[in-house]
Design a protein around this ligand. Structure first.
Ligand code: FES
Length: 138
């Protein structure tokens, strides 16, 4: 366990050991999946939306320690937010909320932001709402 303490913050270890909002959501309003072609990690985020607010969110990830922790933190940050506010969550927001990530692991936060934005875009698409105001992976 010592190597983890040296590499990762307490918050990362907490979200890796006890990730929040884990699981698929069969009755989700939308979902978004992204993968990192370099490492093969893959994340799906599920959302339920009411009055433009994310009222339920969950995830399934196949990936590294940091991808589990960042996926968990992504859902914590997005839950209860309006779709617009959730689209504004950045990789840096996730890294900051986790108390930092080692430089070599910072890219792992891309999965959470990418999957969340994709889920929101897919949701809006089913409603016929334009998604042109925010790129999927900026
Ligand atoms: Fe692939 Fe972390 S190493 S997301």
């Amino acid at each position: 366990m010592r190597w983890r303490k040296e590499l990762y913050s307490d918050k990362v270890i907490e979200h890796f050991m006890c990730p929040q909002n884990v699981g698929s959501m069969p009755d989700a309003d939308s979902e978004g999946t992204v993968g990192d072609p370099n490492c093969g990690d893959c994340l799906t985020i599920y959302i339920k939306v009411l009055d433009d607010v994310i009222i339920e969110i969950s995830f399934l990830v196949f990936g590294c320690t940091a991808s589990i922790a960042t996926s968990s933190m992504t859902t914590v940050l997005a839950k209860g937010k309006s779709l617009e506010a959730a689209l504004g969550i950045t990789e840096q927001d996730i890294i900051d909320a986790l108390g930092g990530l080692p430089m070599a692991k910072q890219h792992c936060s891309n999965l959470g932001v990418g999957a969340l934005r994709k889920a929101i875009h897919n949701y809006r698409q089913t409603l016929g709402i334009s998604n042109d105001h925010k790129a999927l992976t900026d």
